[in-house]
Every structure is written in C-alpha cells, then in structure tokens.
Design a protein around this ligand. Sequence first.
Ligand SMILES: NC(=O)c1ccc2nc(-c3ccc(Oc4cccc(O)c4)cc3)[nH]c2c1
Length: 326
Amino acid sequence: NLMSDDQSSLPRALQDKYVLTRRIGTGVCGEVRLAFERSTCTKLAVKIINKKNFQSEGTATRNAETEIQILQRVDHPCLIKTEDFYQTEDSYYIVLELMEGGELFHRVKSQQQLNEGVAKLYFYQMLCAVQYLHRNGIIHRDLKPENILLSSNEDTCLIKVTDFNQSRILEEAALMRTLCGTPSYLAPEVFTHASTTGYGLAVDAWSLGVLLFVCLSGYAPFHESFSENSVKEQIIRGEFTMVPSKWRRVSNQAKDVVRKLLVVDPTQRMSVDEALQHPWLQDQQMLQTAHSLMYPEGEDAPPAAAPSDAPVAASMEAESSTGERF
Ligand SMILES: NC(=O)c1ccc2nc(-c3ccc(Oc4cccc(O)c4)cc3)[nH]c2c1
C-alpha cells in the first residue's frame, strides 16, 4: 500500500502538496487514488500513469502526453478538469477534481437500470461533452461506464467524461483520408503507421449507443451469453438483443436513439449532432435541469445553439492557436 515504499516514489513536490490514500479506480494505464490537498483538506483524485507498463513503451508515453495535452486544453462543464500535474522518469501524476458520485458503472449496477428520465439527463450531458470534443477535433475512443463520472450520489447530478488515454487528435483521422487518395506518392510508413489510427468521430457515436443501452436496460448489448457468436462477431454484425422484461417500460423514442446509434455502417450511423436533435432529447424540463447543472447561476452559458451548425470550430481554432483553452 502507499504507506510502504510507493509513498517514497512519489515526486517530492506532489507529496508536499497532497496526501495520497486509497485506490478509487483502475484503468488500463494505471490507477486513480483519493488524495487530500494538505493546505485546504479538499478531496481530489490523482491519476497515476506508469510509462513502462505497456507492451510498447512508445505508445504509453505518446498516449499519456496526448491525454495530458487534451486534459489541459479542454474546457467544458461535462469534461473532467485537471488541477495539477507532475511527472517522474517512470510515471505521470495528474491531479483531477474528485467526482463524489463515483463511476456511472457502479450507479447502474447498484440500481439494476436507471429510470428513463435519469438516463436521458445523463445521456444529454455525455452528448454535449462529446460534441465539444468533436468540434475541437478530438476523438475520445474509449467511452464506457467506467469513464463517466457522477458529481454526487443524487440522481439529478452533473456528469463528466474522463480518461483521454485512448483519445486521438483529428489530424490523424485526416491521415486516413490521405490514405483514400491516390497512394502513388505516399511513403511506406504512412501505410504501416496508419493501422494505429483508422478511427473517425463515428466510433464515439457507437460507444454512446452502447452506453445508453446499458443505462436504460442495465445490461450490455453485446455479450457472449447472448449468442453462439463471439462478442466481436455480434458487434461486427450489429447483433444486439432487447430483452423484453428489461425494455418493457422504455419509450419507443429512447429505443429509436439506441437503434440509430448501434448501426454498423459508420456512414449511416446517427452522429452526435443528429442525436442532440432527436425528438427524445427535445424535453424542455430535462434541458432546463441539465443547463442549470452545467451552468449554475447561468454563468457563461453558450448562446442557444443556432440550428445551422455554425462554424464553431473555426473560432475555437483561432483561440487555441494562442495555446489558450479551446
Ligand atoms: N480513468 C480516469 O481517467 C479517471 C479519472 C478520474 C477518476 N475519478 C474516479 C473516481 C472518483 C470517485 C470515486 O468514488 C469516490 C471515492 C472517494 C470519495 C467519494 O466521495 C467517491 C470513484 C472513482 N475514477 C476516475 C477515473
């Protein structure tokens, strides 16, 4: 545990400012611990990313650097915020706000399934967070219940998307477009390296479909016990089952959102922008609640979204060119 030699392996500056205690989350890249800031006694989360524990060291460092770059530059009420950052030669330490409600995964598990109004409130916030990322050319690529955090133990609460360790910045997707052009003049490494990218924004829309399915029904759409096909084959075929007993009380509009996101062909899949326009989400009471959670006291709420997708990215692009937050 931390009281043994681990504590001594922590950067001095980190130890001077924070006390790290128990592990509260684990990810593929490392762990998350509960921490207390010595001066204020406020609770925080510290994510520790080991640079070495990956099959190919280069990947770990590059992913972590991308994650840290993204964490320090995004600014949205439904995206986790960094408070501080340290590194040693073998680990990164990212100090993050503590989301007292824990991970969505445990909330859904403990409640069997969420009631539809709560699932809609959470799903709307996830869509806002991912729309912000997509407008800033970021693909999350690892949206799952463990990476959706809740601000409190109340049903009506703010949610935040976390874990950008698998995220990619869109210029790599532009590389994919390059690969669709005439290859005549492209160097061989463009082809070999490309295999690590091959993602578009639509992958996040699919994952949001799986997340909504799990929130509404309490079970995963693709699971080895549902078919003799492997989970991978079920996904490739878009073969999911809505068990009647679990979906009986779910509205047809909610089911329609799930069905339009869990579409195998990414060009036919509903986008995040389109999902935000879906009838199921045109629920004024939910929107009012969500906006009061996201923008308390109405501070810096964005102007009502113009129906035409205004070139938001351009303006943000300009801002970010000065290295400011997006
Ligand atoms: N993967 C990540 O990038 C990441 C980043 C930040 C994270 N914070 C938690 C987390 C937070 C609170 C939890 O319950 C608690 C724990 C202590 C007190 C409390 O009130 C609630 C459980 C997990 N999990 C995280 C994962």
